[in-house]
Design a protein around this ligand. Structure first.
Ligand code: NAP
Length: 280
């Protein structure tokens, strides 16, 4: 079985985040455990979950079923914003670990910003949870440029990542630049635009030129820029397809052409969600 070193990684403040991981949102029960197990057997070394996904138990089951050593797999989970007060955050982190049946995760993220709780308090708790050894690294998700700047200034432990929506149809240049200024890696969610890339003519043409699929081109477009990707699939055959992105290279012209597909309205996950009253 391939060791972690065989998977290309992006480095950030000492974290080595495999460039390809399995997203697990919406994978439930036996399907989730089976997909995690299968992904790890195929060579994935990075699994993304969250307390919100209601599948941490099954992710843990898949990890154990695969027989892959714990230290070879990069496991990320996320704290939901309704648990951002310091006491709640620590409790939520411990509950995630108990569902996963792990003593620590590789990366613990704040899932979405929560404007109702002072960021400094939440980050203080997140840093404490790291110092307690419950998370090897910490980071954020869905943070804007302004919030990244604020978070970096407030945190007294390094933030290693901002997990955000990135695919060819959305321009995230500003937030990516802000993250890079502060050494945060980007982890791209919805990296195949929830299957939408398969309907794009430019991606189809570039894909045909390389003997690849549009989804593989979309993932390659991101990893070639050092952005980690966590595509989700419920189909075992697509696990191998999404992993086979390190044996070809897009030309500079193709990278520019794909970069031009970004447009207003290309976002999939509604950002207005970040003000959801359901969090309190
Ligand atoms: N931090 C956050 O707020 C946040 C938000 C959203 C997502 N995420 C994370 O990011 C992960 C990925 O994002 P996502 O689930 O929104 O979107 P995604 O990975 O872009 O798309 C998943 C969808 O694309 C299809 N798909 C997968 N591989 C494909 C391929 N090779 N060709 C064609 N279609 C393919 C899947 O269908 P099949 O199942 O039929 O293959 C599924 O319906 C999530 O699972 C979650 O872990 C995080």
């Amino acid at each position: 079985m391939a060791p972690l070193a065989a998977t290309p990684v992006v480095e950030a403040h000492g974290a080595r985040i495999p460039l390809i991981g399995l997203g697990t949102w919406d994978l439930r029960g036996r399907t989730c455990a089976r997909m995690v197990d299968e992904a790890l057997r195929l060579g994935y070394r990075h699994i993304d979950t969250a307390e919100l996904y209601d599948n941490e138990r099954e992710v843990g089951e898949g990890l154990r079923a695969s027989g892959i050593e714990r230290d070879e797999v990069f496991v990320t989970t996320k704290v939901w914003p309704s648990h951002f007060s310091p006491r709640e955050l620590e409790r939520a982190a411990k509950e995630s670990l108990s569902r996963l049946r792990l003593t620590d995760v590789d990366l613990l993220l704040l899932h979405w910003p929560n404007p109702r709780i002072p960021l400094g308090e939440t980050l203080g708790a997140l840093c404490k949870v790291k110092r307690m050894g419950l998370a090897r690294h910490i980071g954020v998700s869905n943070f804007t440029v302004a919030l990244v700047e604020e978070a970096v200034a407030l945190a007294d432990e390094p933030l290693v990542c901002n997990q955000i929506e990135v695919h060819p149809f959305i321009d995230q240049a500003k937030v990516i630049a802000a993250c890079r200024r502060h050494g945060l890696a980007i982890v791209a969610y919805s990296p195949v635009a929830r299957g939408g890339v398969a309907r794009d003519k430019v991606l189809a043409r570039v894909a045909a030129a390389h003997g690849k699929s549009a989804a593989q081109v979309s993932l390659r477009f991101l990893v070639q820029r050092g952005i980690a990707v966590i595509p989700r699939t419920s189909r075992p055959q697509r696990l191998s397809e999404n992993l086979a992105i390190f044996d070809f290279e897009l030309t500079a012209t193709e990278m520019v052409e794909i970069g031009r597909l970004a447009h207003r309205g290309g976002r999939i996950v509604d950002y207005a969600y970040s003000g959801s009253p359901d969090w309190d």
